[in-house]
Design a protein around this ligand. Structure first.
Ligand SMILES: [Zn+2]
Length: 191
């Protein structure tokens, strides 16, 4: 077999392999992501001050799926999220800190935690860290806001846990935020 023909064969089998693998990957993204998450996920804490109680919602139709919107209310039940401090859910490195003009995220921070794990914080009023910064768990990274280039929204924190590029069902302080779940949770970050 000459070298040229061998190269052609290699190219052909690479194409075949991709064609076989792709349907499986598309068919089972959700099962795959929740299977993988159990062993290697960092211990994520709520991204808020110790003792603060926030209402989280992984609501149906949320984009992207599995993300949590966090809201805070005063004693009378009125929203008082605006300007509240946001803290890193776990330690890591800031991979992105930007205002998105092409998505609904507005002011956005993405932190990398290793092993393919990331957290994203969106609609921020202000950003306190820059790309390349190292952050510890509980370090302040910004403030809650309603920034968005696309949507007219009320202040809240949009929060995602991402594994290998896919947003997955979040686990926060041991609570699994299944799709459709809305509940209150109290922060143990910075305690
Ligand atoms: Zn959201």
């Amino acid at each position: 077999m000459n070298r040229h023909f061998r190269r052609l064969l290699a190219a052909a089998s690479a194409v075949a392999a991709v064609a076989i693998v792709t349907p499986t990957a598309v068919a089972a993204p959700e099962t795959a992501s929740s299977d993988v998450t159990i062993t290697s996920r960092p211990t994520f804490k709520m991204p808020f001050e110790c003792g603060q109680k926030w209402r989280g919602s992984n609501w149906n139709g949320h984009s992207p799926a599995h993300a949590i919107d966090w809201n805070h209310y005063d004693a009378n039940g009125n929203p008082d999220d605006d300007g509240r401090r946001v803290f890193a859910s776990a330690g890591g490195k800031v991979l992105a800190s930007y205002y998105s003009t092409t998505s609904g995220y507005g002011n956005t921070i993405v932190i990398g935690h290793g092993d393919g794990w990331r957290t994203r914080y969106a609609h921020l009023k202000s950003r306190g860290v820059a790309k390349g910064d190292t952050v510890k768990v509980g370090q302040r990274i910004g403030r809650v806001g309603a920034s968005s280039a696309i949507y007219n929204i009320s202040p809240h924190l949009h929060y995602e846990q991402i594994h290998n590029g896919s947003v997955v069902v979040s686990v926060v302080q041991g609570v699994t935020w299944e799709d459709g779940l809305t509940r209150y949770q109290t922060s143990k970050n910075r305690c």
